[in-house]
Design a binder for this molecule. Structure first.
Ligand code: HEM
Length: 440
């Protein structure tokens, strides 16, 4: 359906709660925009920010953000004695990278007020974006009921989101005035270098990048660390660590190269398996028929909303084999000694969607996951808490089944240092490289 009918499924539906109430001030994100000229321009602009050539210019950002993860995990894990939740560190990572791309701004503390506000509002909006939760999207009469709690909540979240988006843009304006702004999407537009896009389109692109990554990356990576921390997962961790050491003469080299190339097969296998197995966007993003579609002897009329069950596709036994419901990175390898990836042909899994409206952030997502995984695996052995273990069921790991993007249940791990001197050397080198990289 998504590949064979690319142009017929290029549209997205508009829903009353999300489009009519929440998005009425800042415009629609790319992922929720119907297909028209403006969406085409926004997708093109996002493609430039997220494409392969641009990726090369982001190495200092990846370097700094992954350094901060390891730096804070070293501090908070107390040499392997303390149990901690890993997701907040990964949330800051995802949010800081997209805030840097859009506004040239980052926050150093995992518990920064603005950072937590963006995450809290974003997650609450993601719950209101569900295609199945809001009956008023389909039954207009419900919209006019007195004391409409959905509308009240949507408006309050919209106001909170407007407040921080305006605050971020004001900070960029100030930095431009002071001559301290960094190259980023919004500074380029505010300085009128990309005149083709309107102000609302710029907000929409920034919002798309921020909302595209802030739950998907921490969701996929923390679920992956959950699986890796179990007794069975520790075998995968050790094999990944061995494969990293096989590829690079020392840990400093592995840290450096993780910014540039994704060439350790076992790590790539873990990333593909985490994306497939946990399918953080279980029902993908809804599409809409742009034209009549002939499907299996029936006609799907133009305008019909199309929901894609990516989670089911990713667990299809006929395709992935009888162990489709098991987390097993080695399914992506053709040999184990040494690990070699299976040649990739066609779509590997459906976690990034497919076809004309597939995820624009796939390349950067994969690099974000890779760099974090290499640096964390090189630094620590991750062991699940027995009192608060991860839930590794691919449906039940998610706290809110109706949310657009899964929010993994909390769990704790302890982080046993693998090579404290090696990690300290890597951190010192990264600190020196990134000292002047980005303002706070
Ligand atoms: C593990 C990480 C990620 C996952 C699993 C994911 C998943 C998805 C999915 C399922 C879609 C809908 C695809 C379709 O309809 O076929 C999508 C769209 C999109 N994603 Fe991602 N995403 C991830 C990371 C990111 C990141 C980091 C960004 C940006 C920084 C991003 C930006 C976008 C945009 C802009 C769209 C809308 C594309 C359109 O409608 O034309 N994504 N993503």
């Amino acid at each position: 359906m998504l590949i064979g009918n690319q142009s017929a499924v290029i549209d997205r539906p508009t829903l009353y709660t999300f489009h009519g109430v929440i998005s009425s001030t800042q415009g629609f994100t790319i992922g929720s925009s119907p297909w028209d000229e403006s969406c085409k321009n926004k997708r093109k602009a996002a493609g430039q920010t997220l494409g392969r050539p641009a990726l090369k210019t982001y190495h200092p950002m990846f370097d700094l953000e992954t350094l901060c993860i390891v730096r804070d995990l070293v501090r908070d894990s107390k040499g392997g004695d303390a149990y901690l939740e890993i997701r907040p560190y990964l949330q800051r990572y995802a949010l800081n990278t997209t805030l840097t791309l859009c506004y040239g701004i980052r926050m150093d503390s995992v518990w920064d007020d603005l950072l937590r506000e963006v995450l809290e509002v974003g997650s609450a909006i993601s719950l209101l974006r569900s295609a199945s939760e809001n009956y008023q999207d389909y039954i207009p009469l419900l919209r006019y009921l007195p004391n409409n709690e959905k509308n009240r909540r949507s408006k309050s979240l919209r106001d909170r989101r407007d407040k921080y988006l305006n605050e971020l843009l004001d900070r960029v304006r100030l930095m431009i005035k002071q001559g301290t702004d960094k190259p980023c999407v919004s500074a380029a537009i505010l300085k009128d270098e990309e005149a083709k896009l309107s102000g609302v389109e710029v907000s929409s692109i920034c919002l798309s990048l921020v909302s595209g990554g802030f739950e998907t990356i921490p969701g996929t990576s923390s679920a992956a660390f959950g699986s890796l921390s179990t007794p069975k997962g520790q075998v995968f961790q050790d094999r990944a660590y061995e494969d990293i050491k096989r590829h690079y003469p020392n840990i400093e080299d592995a840290w450096d190269k993780s910014l540039e190339v994704e060439d350790v097969p076992y790590v790539n296998a873990i990333i593909k398996e985490a994306a497939r197995y946990y399918t953080v966007s279980a029902m993908s993003l809804p599409r809409k028929a742009y034209a009549d579609i002939e499907w299996d002897g029936a006609v799907i009329p133009k305008g019909t909303m199309i929901l894609i069950n990516a989670q089911a596709a990713n667990h299809e036994v006929e395709h992935f084999g009888p162990d489709a419901n098991t987390f097993n990175p080695e399914r992506w390898l053709q040999s184990l000694s040494p690990p070699e990836e299976l040649p990739s042909s066609g779509i590997q899994h459906f976690s990034f969607g497919a076809g004309s409206r597939a995820c624009s952030g796939q390349l950067i997502a994969s690099r974000l996951l890779y760099t974090a995984l290499v640096r964390i695996i090189c630094s620590f052995k991750i062991v699940a808490s027995e009192a608060e273990p991860p839930n590794t069921d691919y449906v039940d790991y998610n706290q809110f089944k109706s949310a657009l993007v899964a929010i993994p249940r909390d769990f704790k791990v302890k982080l046993i240092p693998r090579d404290p001197e090696g990690t300290a050397r890597c951190m010192r080198a990264a600190e020196l490289r990134t000292r002047d990289a980005y303002v706070q």
